[in-house]
Write a protein that binds this ligand. Structure first.
Ligand code: GDP
Ligand code: MG
Length: 164
């Protein structure tokens, strides 16, 4: 079976762990504790007629760019860059993480998740910033780990890109 490692990356509190939990278990909790260390989950998907196992690496704690260690990234086939749509500075973090990761693992596919899309009234990321990054080749998807919106589709989409 095709097996692919995917890293979850992004600033503290953007929803990485929540997204993995939503995707893997299809549940969401407002109260579970922040993970410590690296958490590895597995999800089986069917892409076309092929079975694929996604091995999801979720970095823990308050670490951001500084914690994106080579050992965490090694062997990653792709990654998800998570942004909190209510905190524009988390997009800045994503931009610097992407630059570092690109230098570390090369040109592997990634998707940017604009998470917390359920918090419409607090949304704070200017559309022009998104459009500028899209023009540079970034793929954005709006997600909510809380409602589940966009989550399954975005993981599926990245998996499909890795299967090619
Ligand atoms: P991480 O540090 O990136 O792993 O972030 P967590 O998954 O621990 O989430 C941080 C906080 O944001 C938690 O209180 C979550 O319940 C909350 N959260 C995560 N995703 C969403 C979302 O899509 N919508 C809302 N409203 N809250 C979210
Ligand atoms: Mg976490």
């Amino acid at each position: 079976m095709l097996q692919k490692k995917i890293c979850l990356l992004g600033a503290f509190g953007v929803g990485k762990t929540s997204l993995v939990r939503r995707f893997v278990d299809t549940i969401f909790s407002d109260t579970y504790l922040t993970t410590v260390g690296v958490k590895i989950d597995k999800k089986l998907l069917t892409i076309g007629t092929e079975q694929m196992a996604l091995i999801l690496w979720d970095i823990a704690g308050e670490d951001e760019v500084s914690a994106v260690r080579v050992s965490y990234l090694r062997g990653a086939a792709g990654y998800l860059l998570v942004v909190d749509g209510t905190r524009p500075e988390t997009l800045d973090t994503a931009v610097s993480i992407q630059a570092r990761v690109g230098a570390e693992v090369g040109d592997v596919p990634f998707v940017v998740l604009l998470n917390k899309a359920d918090l419409q009234e607090d949304w704070a990321i200017p559309q022009e910033r998104i459009e500028r990054l899209e023009a540079a080749g970034w793929a954005f998807r709006r997600t909510s780990a809380k409602t589940g919106m966009g989550v399954e589709e975005t993981f599926q989409e990245l998996a499909a890109r890795l299967a090619r």
